[in-house]
Write a new protein. Sequence first.
Lengths: 202, 323
Amino acid sequence: MYRQASRLLIRALGGGRPVGRAFSTDAPAVPVEDSTFVEAWKKVAPNLEPPKTPLSFMKPRPPTPSSIPSKLTVNFVLPYQSEISNKEVDMIIVPATTGQMGVLPGHVATIAELKPGVLSVHDGNEVTKYFVSSGFAFIHANSITDVVAVEAVPVDHIDPSLVQKGLADFTQKLSSAATDLEKAEAQIGVDVHSALNAALSG
Amino acid sequence: MAMAAFRREGRRFLLSPISHKPSTVARSAILSEEFHPSGTRSISTQVVRNRMKSVRNIQKITKAMKMVAASKLRAVQVRTENSRGLWQPFTALLGDVPSVDVKKNVIVTITSDKGLCGGINSTSVKISKSLYKFTSGPEKETKYVVLGEKGKVQLVRDSKNSIEMTITELQKNPLNYTQVSVLADDILKNVEYDALRIIFNKFHSVVSFIPTVSTILSPEVVERESESGGKLGDLDSYEIEGSETKAEVLQNLAEFQFSCVLFNAALENACSELGARMSAMDSSSRNAGEMLDRLTLTYNRTRQASITTELIEIISGASALTG
């Protein structure tokens, strides 16, 4: 009777899932490879294994659903960490170069370049605000949004006094700048600090 | 008294070949031989002892190097896994077409500066050379940009003219995004490209490193591919949000993609280098341990043999006097 118990238990769990350990890279079970590349590689270097491509390390994205989904899936990545990965939210507002852009589920596919500003993530009643330096936002047709930024800080970590000081510094540098490069750098500094200022107040 | 004289005789015999010329002291230290009454020779214990001392030192050094690599690996691994999300949005948007057919290819090979890290640099270089053959053809030109001393040394040997830029001492300061983006900017300014292929070793686990190639297309090629359909076909369906033209946005996108992918690739390669160094030093210390065991046996045998010969001399001397 006890011998059958384990078998019955596995059947109850759902047909006996394969017991395996996931790889540290979280690769999908079926490696997606570019077959034309592998074929052409074999002709050039038959004895060498073809190198893998990033596609084989990524989970395939879901296709565009026919109806508008209710939630937006957000991935917010920075070079040092993935702030938000695969979180389902109601809406996000990204600071695109043309101004604050709201993204709802079912938004048309867009590539947006970001300027320094506030990114806010709305999930139900909670709103999380980050100040992003700049980057890109990709909104895909299947309601997945990727935001790639270089630097981002939660708005409550910003020190107002340092912002004022930085703004004053850069405005002064802008007026005293000689070469075009210095002018451009000072202008960038002024832009970022004024955006920081706006983020703190708004 | 006579036994002492006999013993001194034996030792004088031993010392005489050594004390002749000081210049040969070194040579005879390596090959000092004892001439036994029976005519057989054996290596002196001093030689074996010296060899054991040096092997023991090597074992200590390689063990220490393994510990250092392990501790550095822990730190870099955390940063690498955090940066893994960085290239995924770009691949999700633009797909990955390593078999794209373009005129100007640039192969960016990422290798390490320091050695003693197993075979990862050789694998990267082998794949770069195969990729060079893969992308070469009539009207096509392929160039190398090498990051890291080890790759430069290997590629300079036969492809010196195809190397456009080499960058060394990448890891003098811990890798950070600013440094890599400046480097990416540098490369993009100096090199004309239609497609950039970055070759690095992706860190899969401490004992397994997967050579990987990431392809980045220039904005013009992206336009061309999206117009012709195929993998990038649905790029056209994306609206461009911004006051700039599509070409400018694509240009910025390509540059940003390159710096992000290069950052991740450099981190992964650093991780793989440390992991490979760990396993290389581990097998080295294990080999040194085995060698030490064998040498200890030889040492004991030699020691016992010399004691036995000394005893034989004494006893035969004594029996010659009495018997």
